[in-house]
Ligand binder design. Sequence first.
Ligand SMILES: *Cc1c(COP(=O)(O)O)cnc(C)c1O
Length: 370
Amino acid sequence: MKTETQAIHALNAAKNATGDVTMPISLSTTFLRAEDGGYPGGHMYSRVSNPNRSALESVLSALEFGDDSCAFSSGNTAGMAVFQALDPGSHIICPDDMYWGLKKQLQVLFAQTLTFDFIDLTDLEAVASYIKSNTAMVWAETPSNPLLKLTDITALAGICKKHQLKLVVDSTFASPILQNPILLGADITMHSSTKYLGGHSDVLGGSLTTAKKDAFWEKIKTVQQVGGAVPSPFDCFLLVRSIKTLAYRMNGHCNNALKLAQFLHAHPKIEDVFYPGLPHHPQHELAKNQMKDFGGMLSILVKDGEEAAKRLVNTVKLFTQATSLGGVESLIEHRASVEGPDTKTPRNLVRISVGLEHIDDLIADLNAAL
Ligand SMILES: *Cc1c(COP(=O)(O)O)cnc(C)c1O
C-alpha cells in the first residue's frame, strides 16, 4: 500500500472485538494474565507496552520502512535512549548544527560517559578524518536547523558501513513523508513527533525506527522499558490520529513554504533565504534526489540586522512568535535569542515554520510587517 493508505489503515482498528472504527484509548496500566502465566492480550504492564503505543509504533514502522519502532515521551528522550545504549567510552560524530537541545543533552548529561565531536556533516572527508578506534556512531540531522543544511544520507551510510558505525538520522524536519533514511542506508531514524507527526502543537513525543532488530536495538528497547521515558496512551492516540493526515499536511506545508521562500527571496529587505527548494540553495540538487519535496521550514536573514529581525517577529499579526515547528499554524522566531548566548546562529536570522493558512494571507502579513 502507498503511504497515504498506510497512514490510515496500518492499524485495522475495526477488526477489534467491539468493531471500533478508530482505536479506543486504553488507560489500563496492567493487563490480565492467563492460567499458564502468559498475557493473552499481548501486554503485561503499560511502561513495557500498551495497545495505543504499540499501534503508534506499528504505523511508524510502516511509514519509515523499518522493522520495529519505539515511541518515547519526547524527541529528546528518544535521542537519550540511543546515547544510553552506547557502551561507556564510545565516541560519536555529530553535526555542528545539531538540534541545540540534544547537543546540550550530550554536553550536560553525557560528558562523563561519551566523547563527541561536532563537525560539518556536509563535508564527508571531514567525517572520515574524525573516525577513531572507539567511534561507534554518526548522528546526522537533515535538513538541519536553522540553516536548512542537508546531509547526503546515502554517502554517509557508505562511510558508516565501511567503518562499522551505526548511523542514526534525526529526520524531524522531513517527516516520514519527505524522506526515509532507512531506505537510504541509515540504521535508525529518529523523529521529534512533537513536530510534523503531531502537527497541531498539542502533543510532545519522539520516536525511533530501526532497519533491523539487532543487539543495539534490543539495548535501546531495554533502556526504554527500564528507563520509562514512555508516552501516555492519550499522547499515542493523538499521534495516531494526526498521522492519518500527515501526507496531506506535508503537501500543504511544502507548497506554502516554496511560495513564501520565493516571495521573501525577491523582497528588498531580505538579505538571504535558506530553503532547499530554492535553486540557489547549495544543496538544491541533493534535496531533489534525497527528498520528495522541500519541507515547511525556512530561515531568512533580515537586511537591517538584529533589531530589524526582532521588529519583524514583533510586527507580524498572523504568524505566532513562538519556538517549535510543524503545526498547522505558522510560527516565527528570532532564533539566536532562543538558543542562548553561546549560539553561532546569525543575529539577524528569523526562522519560520510555515503552516497551513492560505498562502495569500501569509504573504500579505509578512509583506506588511517588512
Ligand atoms: C524539537 C526537536 C527535537 C527534540 O524534540 P522534543 O520533542 O522537543 O524533545 C529533536 N530534533 C529536532 C530536529 C527537533 O526539531
